[in-house]
Design a protein around this ligand. Structure first.
Ligand SMILES: Cc1ncc(COP(=O)(O)O)c(C=O)c1O
Length: 393
């Protein structure tokens, strides 16, 4: 490998949410953090050099995207996912969660129903509830350690609940599914047939493991575009969430006008100048780094799968098709949610994302963030083993 993902970089003391907020959020500082989706790897010098150049200029006033921004976007989109966008379709957002909130305000009315597929990235559910909309859950089907979409349930609820918008997480956080082309097409068909706006969050689309391929909703035919809103960001791929550089693509003029009106009402004007510079540098220069990064993370996943199978035989890893998040089912231990949390926090001293936050049916799951050097993953696994050892016989 050309890049050094094994390198441990101390992130403490950088106002880093993942490492510096143990006391504030958990009341303690002794936890190994593997929670929030934030990676512990340093960007390559060629990208940092571009950022240094921008910093050295020394002036950071208002900005707006110009040709170099759209060229970088289309370079990445065409090379990685096989489509391009018309710059007209694009609106910048602070972050993707902001854009989801604004979209709900733009596309639906208070009291309207919006669908998600739980267990799912919990800010989707919060965005629906905080905006006074009704959450309709199409629970993912979990069988033999794998998740799938219950299309019958989806169709029934879209109709019965008069759903106005569906938030589709593709690939899916936390279960790690990379939806197949057939699955994506079925979701899109159901949305089109039922006049539902398809809001597609593809923020994890660069983390695809061997044997799986990603099919972007932006590759759907023209007819689907009338009700499609696409959300992307280099925030996960390059770990620049702190630079707030989301891209919202809405091909349909009427739908886009609704989004932009709500965006204006929310008071958003210009993008973050460093975020814009970072997106351009990352998308133009970062492909080889991302290829190695995904290979490294896949290695972490393989390591954890093997370790858990051997040392925590009652836990089940949901084998991910992609993403750097690992969803692990601890229900085989027959313990309560409180006991599970106690073992994770007080015995293993790990800070994970508890399954309950992703939906009510997954309280005995935990989400592990594996975007960290292998030695950290090994340390975490060693602690986990000790915390469950007495329950293994
Ligand atoms: C599916 C998904 N969407 C959005 C985000 C957050 O994006 P942003 O930081 O741009 O709001 C995350 C972060 O984990 C995520 O997993």
């Amino acid at each position: 490998m050309q890049y050094h993902f094994d390198e441990i970089i101390d992130r403490r003391g950088t106002d880093c949410l993942k490492y510096d907020f143990g006391m504030k959020r958990k009341g303690r500082n002794d936890l190994l953090p593997m929670w929030v989706a934030d990676m512990d790897f340093r960007l390559p010098d060629k990208i940092l050099n571009e950022l240094h150049k921008r910093v050295d200029h020394g002036i950071f006033g208002y900005t707006d995207p110009l040709d170099d921004y759209f060229e970088a976007l289309n370079h990445w989109y065409s090379m990685r996912y096989g489509f391009t966008v018309d710059p007209e379709w694009v609106t910048l957002g602070a972050c993707l969660v902001y854009a989801i909130h604004v979209s709900i305000q733009a596309f639906t009315k208070p009291g309207d129903s919006v669908m998600v597929m739980q267990p799912v990235y919990y800010p989707f559910s919060e965005a629906i509830r905080q905006n006074g909309r009704e959450l309709v859950n199409c629970q993912l089907h979990y069988e033999d350690g794998r998740y799938s979409i219950d299309f019958e349930d989806m169709e029934r609820k879209l109709k019965a609940k008069n759903v106005k918008a569906l938030i589709f997480c593709s690939p899916h956080n936390p279960v790690g599914r990379v939806w197949t082309e057939e699955e994506v097409r079925k979701v899109a068909d159901l949305c089109l047939e039922n006049d539902v706006i398809l809001m597609v969050d593809e923020i994890h689309s660069d983390f695809i493991f061997p044997g799986h391929s990603f099919f972007s909703c932006m590759r759907l035919d023209e007819k689907y575009r009338k009700n499609l809103a696409f959300y992307s960001s280099p925030g996960k791929t390059f770990n620049i969430a702190g630079l707030q550089s989301a891209t919202i693509v809405i091909p349909d003029e009427t739908l886009r006008a609704k989004y932009r009106q709500a965006n204006r009402e929310a008071g958003y004007s210009q993008a973050n100048v460093m975020g814009q510079a970072a997106l351009i540098a990352c998308y133009n220069l970062g492909a080889d780094w991302v290829d190695e990064l995904v290979e490294y993370i896949y290695g972490n996943v393989q390591y954890v799968k093997g370790f858990i199978a051997e040392n925590l035989p009652k836990a089940k890893v949901v084998d991910p098709d992609g993403t750097y998040l690992l969803w692990v089912d601890f229900s085989g231990y027959g313990i309560s949610q409180e006991e599970l949390e106690h073992r994770i926090l007080d015995k293993a001293k790990l800070w994970l994302d508890a399954g309950a936050i992703f939906g009510p049916e997954t309280a005995l799951f935990e989400r592990f963030n594996l975007a960290t050097p292998r030695s950290v993953v090994e340390e975490a696994m060693g602690r986990l083993k000790l915390a469950f050892e007495d329950l293994n016989d």
